[in-house]
Ligand binder design. Structure first.
Ligand code: GDP
Ligand code: MG
Length: 690
């Protein structure tokens, strides 16, 4: 092959090197717009099970995996989605740095072919970096079913890069892609700008080459970036004063010539080039019918129906979680009580027996009971995500989000928060601006994470009838959302009144979810829950058993005299106004370790309390306790919903925001929890509910 064809020597040499390395191992980076199918492709290539969702912003950090092909080991890196290599939020920077620093030998740009114009905008910029690029025209199934005809090979020729058609969700085109990855790739310079602009680029590029600027980037790419006035690149090249001066002159010259800023000219010309390319190579279907997605969206994102439909679907989700879940929950409950009474019968009365039955079965067993609820809820959430409805929810709530002063993009961390606050806090990294991040982190504790679900399930099934259960559960979750909305409004008004920014969410088409994705998503949460029960909760159950059993005074009410009992008693003045006793106090305090521990602690306490009745479930024990009533249960549930986040969440919050904000979050959430429980309990009593 002729070397002069390549963008420039340096890049060419590095391409050669990579291709020599080919025989052994390669690093391939997957890039592309958000929601173009990168993670799906990553999973197919590496056989892993990363979370895929039909909305933008799922992958925040890069993930790595291995793919074997023809005796080669190919390292695949899944990068966060990005629309452009110019403007970037922190996660877009991850992608950009990875691409331009040459960390990958080959870049596979995953393109949502049903959205070719916008996806090619990024592709062109990646090609411009001069790195070896392969375009994977993904979602070909959708394009074809819509009746579009694309001349892929002609586009490939025009851009001088290999193009492979793929349908990642059906593993189609994967062999071809792997083959292409293992074949040396070079890309050539594509002069796509107008003559004047190209002239200036050339001028700068030759200046860069002559100056022997010791950078690993393509000179053409650097020139374009300098003309775009890219702050990051200017900073990297700062020392080359002469070059910066020349590029400023070029910018001035072009601005005068075109009468607008150079960054606009460049972006306009990229689109012009793409449109011309598509005009010649993309044939729209003959009959122009409204797509199914549009038809569904006319209803689901409708100004009037949008919100009611959303609320009904959420209600339905919780109703199903509860009603369908109550059967398997009942079976596991039986199994646990049977195991308990079996062991009680078999073992001799001693401390070890109590540790097993009261501590471990009472603790871990009672947490495991609610596994079916977790599975059903997260299956439902996966379904909403994968069909594309979740993205619509973001869309219909965006107006509200804007009004309350946070970025619509904050929707994604909030959704992640229904699973676990820890990754949700991490996901706020996708938000730009300190205000957006902080306000979102401040309200995240009010979003019910999956660990709170067992607490709700336990008390709701103990105190409310089966047909009310779903509604109560929904109301608790909803109350959390409402309170976070109110707090967000307050924070953004008084704490950080200055910035507000817009967010345009693009809506993916509706898709039939693949079983595999649903399974991955649900299994992830179930596995996490089981693992936590078997490790962390187990450890805490033993600790709780210890502090509720010792010191053994041998007389009177031993439970109340235990360390835990004494602590709980100390807290009673604070608990009484919200209708709770020392047992709930101990559970609430230990819930700081993890929210499931609220349930395991109660399990241990009630097992110890009702020692003679090993055959009744925790639910029954609580129902029997005269210190509880539906109103008191509600007060406890609201308290658990709102009070301080658990230990692990606190530690990421601390890492992401520092000590000042962390202490603030601990105090203000707990204060709000107490105030709300107080009003509910006292209010309820006033109107005669007990
Ligand atoms: P990412 O944001 O680029 O990582 O995209 P994901 O891999 O999370 O995929 C986004 C959505 O597109 C998911 O619902 C996938 O199931 C779906 N998807 C991925 N590839 C294809 C494809 O080739 N055809 C179709 N119809 N859907 C796909
Ligand atoms: Mg992804």
């Amino acid at each position: 092959m002729n070397k002069c064809l390549y963008i420039d020597e340096k890049i060419c040499d590095s391409a050669e090197n990579h291709n020599k390395k080919n025989k052994k191992n390669l690093t391939v980076a997957l890039t592309g717009n958000p929601n173009s199918g990168k993670t799906t492709l990553f999973n197919v290539l590496t056989g892993s099970r990363q979370h895929v969702g039909n909305y933008p912003g799922v992958t925040v950090e890069k993930k790595e995996g291995l793919c074997k092909y023809n005796g080669m080991e190919i390292k695949i890196v899944d990068l966060p989605g990005t629309y452009s290599l110019t403007d970037f939020s922190p996660e877009e920077r991850v992608a950009r740095d990875f691409i331009i620093n040459g960390n990958a030998d080959i870049i596979v740009d995953v393109i949502d072919t049903s959205n070719l114009e916008r996806n090619l905008y990024l592709a062109i910029q990646i090609i411009e970096t001069g790195r070896p690029v392969i375009l994977s025209f993904n979602m070909m199934d959708e394009v074809e079913s819509q009746g579009y005809k694309i001349d892929v090979s002609s586009i490939s020729r025009a851009l001088s890069v290999p193009v492979i058609r793929t349908v990642a969700s059906k593993s189609q085109g994967i062999e071809e892609l792997k083959k292409q990855i293992s074949t040396p790739v070079y890309n050539k310079k594509v002069p796509l700008y107008s003559e004047e602009l190209e002239k200036e680029i050339e001028k700068l590029a030759s200046f860069i080459t002559e100056e022997e600027i010791p950078e690993k980037y393509s000179s053409r790419w650097l020139s374009i970036k300098l003309l775009e006035h890219d702050k990051d690149i200017i900073k990297r090249l700062e020392v080359h004063e002469e070059l910066i001066k020349v590029s400023e002159e070029s910018r001035k010259y072009l601005k005068n010539l075109y009468g607008k800023e150079v960054e606009y000219i460049i972006s306009e010309e990229r689109y012009k080039f793409i449109n011309k390319l598509l005009e010649n190579n993309l044939n729209p279907p003959e009959t122009d019918k409204t797509s199914l997605t549009e038809k569904i969206d006319n209803v689901l994102t409708n100004k009037f129906f949008g919100i009611p439909v959303f609320i009904i679907s959420m209600w339905l989700m919780f109703h199903i979680t509860f009603t369908v879940g109550s059967y398997p929950v009942g079976w596991i409950e039986k199994l646990i009580t049977l195991t308990g009474s079996g062991m009680a019968y078999l073992l001799k009365d001693n401390l070890l027996k109590s540790l097993f039955i009261d501590g471990i079965i009472g603790g871990v067993g009672n947490v495991m009971v609610f596994l079916p609820n977790i599975i059903i809820l997260f299956f439902a959430i996966a379904l909403l995500e994968d069909t594309g409805y979740m993205a619509r929810i973001a869309f219909i709530t965006d107006r509200i989000m804007y009004k309350i002063g946070i970025h619509g993009k904050a929707f994604i961390p909030l959704i992640v928060g229904f699973g676990c606050t820890v990754p949700a806090v991490m996901a706020t990294r996708t938000l730009d601006g300190k205000k957006n991040r902080l306000v979102t982190i401040f309200i995240l504790p009010f979003i019910s994470c999956s660990a709170k679900l067992p607490v709700y399930s336990l008390f709701i099934s103990a105190f409310f009838s089966a047909n009310m259960a779903g509604t109560i559960m929904f109301s608790i979750y909803f109350a959390g959302v409402i309170i976070s909305v109110i707090m967000a409004k307050i924070f953004s008004k008084y704490l950080f009144p200055e910035e507000t920014s817009f967010f345009i969410m693009e809506l993916p088409p509706y898709r039939i979810p693949t079983l595999k994705n649903l399974f991955i998503h649900t299994w992830d949460r179930a596995k996490h829950y089981i693992q936590k029960a078997g490790t962390f909760i187990l450890m805490f159950s033993v600790i709780i058993w210890f502090i509720t059993t010792f010191p053994t005074t041998g007389k009177g009410n031993m439970l109340e005299g235990s360390y835990a009992g004494q602590t709980g008693k100390l807290l009673e003045p604070l608990l009484r106004p919200i209708g709770l006793d020392w047992k709930s106090g101990v559970a609430i305090v230990s819930g700081f370790a993890a929210k499931e521990v609220v349930v395991s602690t109660l399990g241990t306490i009630y097992n110890l309390k009702d020692t003679d009745e090993n055959s009744i479930s925790l639910k029954e024990s609580i129902k029997k306790d005269s210190n509880f009533s539906p109103l008191k249960a509600l007060s406890l549930l609201l308290f658990v919903l709102l009070y301080m986040p658990c230990m692990s969440a606190i530690s990421v919050i601390y890492r992401e925001t520092g000590i000042k904000y962390t202490l603030f979050i601990i105090c203000y959430t707990t204060a709000i929890a107490w105030i709300i429980s107080f009003f509910i309990y006292q209010g309820g009593k006033l109107i005669g509910i007990e």
